[in-house]
Write a protein that binds this ligand. Structure first.
Ligand code: SME
Length: 157
């Protein structure tokens, strides 16, 4: 193949087309999940996915979401609740965001937040982030429910 002019470049173009298509499909599904969660669960006011930057594996990139726009489109591991969840690969439940010092505010309406890491074959690939305007609304049922969603989403990422 290498002695046929243009084939290697064309192969790269087609590879990029397939990846772009895969990412479009993935984002469409992720957005639908955000829509249904925000619509159906009264205490979910901002629902979004952050995806691990495949280049650095040390930063989260904002993916599909529903709710107020946020300035936090890239979050380094360790920073804010999202970054802490990514760095530790643990679910973070913050029932009162005013008590959390390592917190990135997205809107003054937000009172509480849950962040669930998404692991694929043992490696963090993203997370599901939910903000609530209610104080302390998150229960073990939320956590189990969102864990189950993240397990379903993992193969897509
Ligand atoms: N509050 C998050 C930042 C993301 S926004 O809520 C959408 C944090 O502290 O990491």
């Amino acid at each position: 193949m290498s002695n046929t002019p243009g084939f290697n470049g064309l192969l790269k173009v087609i590879e990029q087309m397939i990846n772009a298509h895969r990412n479009d499909e993935r984002d469409r599904i992720l957005r639908k999940i955000c829509v249904v969660l925000e619509d159906e669960v009264p205490h979910y006011d901002w629902v979004g996915f952050y995806l691990v930057d495949p280049d650095t594996e040390a930063e989260l990139i904002l993916g599909p979401y529903v709710g107020a726009p946020t300035e936090h489109t890239r979050i380094p591991f360790g920073k804010g609740i999202c970054g802490q969840a990514a760095a530790t690969e643990n679910t973070f439940i913050v029932q009162d965001v005013t008590l959390e010092t390592n917190y990135l505010s997205c809107s003054p309406d937000v009172r509480s937040e849950i962040v669930v890491p998404i692991l694929k074959e043992g490696v963090i690939v993203g997370e599901l982030d939910i903000d609530s305007h209610a104080l302390a609304p998150f229960t073990e049922e939320d956590q189990a429910f969102l864990d189950a969603i993240c397990a379903q989403v993992a193969p897509l990422l």
